[in-house]
Design a protein. Structure first.
Length: 84
């Protein structure tokens, strides 16, 4: 079941020197920690003067789509699904 959201979340991320990208490692949503096991697709798009990064990731039992706003430095949970 896919659920579309636009929920602010906290994300622990790191910089990968091999790919020269920052990557999400853990999502904190509703006071729960979700460790990211795998990063799938990653793409960027620009809307006005704001660059957004979109990450499709999986945890132990969830699929998450995350959005990072490079201007405000805020993360948002766009989609969650428990059946992947």
């Amino acid at each position: 079941m896919n659920q579309k959201l636009d929920a602010p979340v906290s994300v622990v991320s790191y910089f990968d020197k091999n790919t020269l990208n920052f990557l999400p490692k853990t999502v904190i949503w509703n006071n729960r920690f979700y460790k990211i096991n795998q990063i799938g697709l990653h793409h960027e798009y620009k809307k006005g003067d704001i660059l957004y990064h979109i990450f499709s990731v999986t945890t132990d039992n969830l699929f998450l789509r995350l959005k990072f706003n490079t201007k405000s430095l805020n993360w948002f949970l766009e989609e969650i699904s428990n059946g992947f």
